[in-house]
Design a protein. Sequence first.
Length: 238
Amino acid sequence: MVEKKGLLYEGKAKKLYQTDEKDVLWVEYLNQATALNGAKKDQIQGKGELNNQITSIIFEKLSEKGIKHHFIKQLSPTEQLIQQINMIPLEVVLRNVAAGSFSKRLGVPEGTELAFPIVEFYFKEDALDDPFINDDHVLVLDIANKEEIEFLKAEAKKINQALIEIFTEAGIRLIDFKLEFGRLADGTIILGDEISPDTCRLWDLLTNDHLDKDIYRRDLGDIVPVYQEVLDRLTKIA
Ligand SMILES: Nc1ncnc2c1ncn2[C@@H]1O[C@H](COP(=O)(O)OP(=O)(O)OP(=O)(O)O)[C@@H](O)[C@H]1O
Ligand SMILES: [Mg+2]
């Protein structure tokens, strides 16, 4: 049994602890919800539990589909073990359907199906509000090299296909999502962080109702029953 050690990092959604095993971290999912880069913040009872369970199911499903990632196992309703990786400071966003900042910036109505899935990079730097950057920025900032950029794009598209299969089976339309990757000691890049209604736009396949954090961002109601609905649907197909 792995033993929990000292706190390594407290983020907005999770706490990371060291363990007695090298490169293995103990993650606790928090009840905190934030939006607008932390300007909007609330404690929402039950949220940590829901995201931990949803993420755990999705990572297990991704394993079945041959995707490499950091998830080791779920420990409790709010905790999991992960492999420590050296995080690449990028938010890798994949979009299947226009929504959010894409719609706002480019004037494409929300819900417009894109001709093909697109990948975007955002520099993960809270002090700068996570700015949108291009491949040259990634290179010049020394965030990743050319081969790694190509790998990140290809891997994000592969993960997209796998997630579309998973969510479609659960009656959910995958609009867009954010991924974070990191490097193992030997330089291999694997998927990290979380995949949950906090990090994906999920719409009901039939009604297009929001089943994600836009409920919170846009003050559309209580996220708990909505995240519970996502968990229930994933549990049914797990
Ligand atoms: N396998 C991993 N190894 C090391 N760090 C990880 C791993 N997976 C995720 N992380 C990092 O854990 C941190 C905590 O997650 P959380 O989602 O709470 O942070 P955040 O508030 O979104 O981001 P940040 O505080 O970094 O701006 C994030 O910085 C994330 O990049
Ligand atoms: Mg986060």
